[in-house]
Design a protein around this ligand. Structure first.
Ligand code: GLN
Length: 216
């Protein structure tokens, strides 16, 4: 792959601009994706926060649901933040009755898990594979991961307060998901981690542990 991978941001709804800016700041060529031909052009994809039910509706409207599902299942490195995490989950709780996802990560995610009354909050979360200390995690009507299958690797959990221990960062091979919104913090390390995943063209756990060991 060329030195600068092309990373798309699914641009149907949600905080697209912030992800484009973050990806560009860490050396990717970032582009919005609204059409199948744009999806075909990317080496990796970010599914931003927003509203998961709306994103699915718009994906169907733009004839993107099937192509997105297929590319994600076919190995396209993909990072989902917040609503994007919900959309990468194989199973969801507290979805709308007919809510569907693209799936890919063997996990059950609970929507609005921190309580509907909790609009937003932030706190430090240590993420495995990301050096330099905890990231400031911004949660906005966020999901958490309630149950994880064998394939998935937990990268980060809530470290204090009533939700202590809840999983908020996870990876399964070419797929990465966080409950929180790193694009809103000015700290580009999660995007940097994802760009590295895209560059490596993946398979997961080995690459993560070699980074933890300081090999790269
Ligand atoms: N609660 C939203 C959903 O269900 C996610 C919120 C977010 O992405 N900030 O899609």
């Amino acid at each position: 792959m060329s030195a600068a991978p092309v990373i798309g941001v699914l641009a149907l709804q949600g905080d697209v601009r912030e992800h484009l800016a973050m990806l560009t700041s860490v050396g990717a060529r970032a582009m919005p994706v609204r059409r199948e031909r744009e999806l075909a052009a990317v080496d990796g994809l970010v599914i931003p926060g927003g509203e998961s039910t709306t994103i699915v509706k718009l994906a169907r409207h733009f004839d993107l649901f099937g192509p997105l599902h297929d590319r994600i299942a076919g190995g396209l490195p993909t990072y989902g933040s917040c609503a994007g995490m919900i959309l990468l989950a194989d199973r969801i709780l507290d979805g709308t009755p007919d809510q569907t996802t693209f799936g890919g990560i063997d996990m059950t995610v609970r929507r609005n898990a921190f309580g509907r009354q909790i609009e937003s909050f932030e706190e430090p979360v240590t993420v495995a594979g990301i050096d330099g200390g905890a990231v400031v995690a911004v949660f906005i009507r966020a999901p958490w991961v309630e149950e994880v299958g064998e394939q998935a690797q937990v990268l980060g959990r809530v470290e204090s307060g009533p939700a202590t221990g809840r999983i908020v960062a996870i990876r399964q091979q070419h797929l990465l998901a966080t409950s929180f919104h790193p694009e809103l913090t000015g700290d580009a390390r999660v995007h940097e981690y994802f760009v590295t995943m895209v560059r490596e063209g993946v398979p997961g756990a080995a690459a993560v542990s070699s980074r933890e060991g300081g090999a790269a």
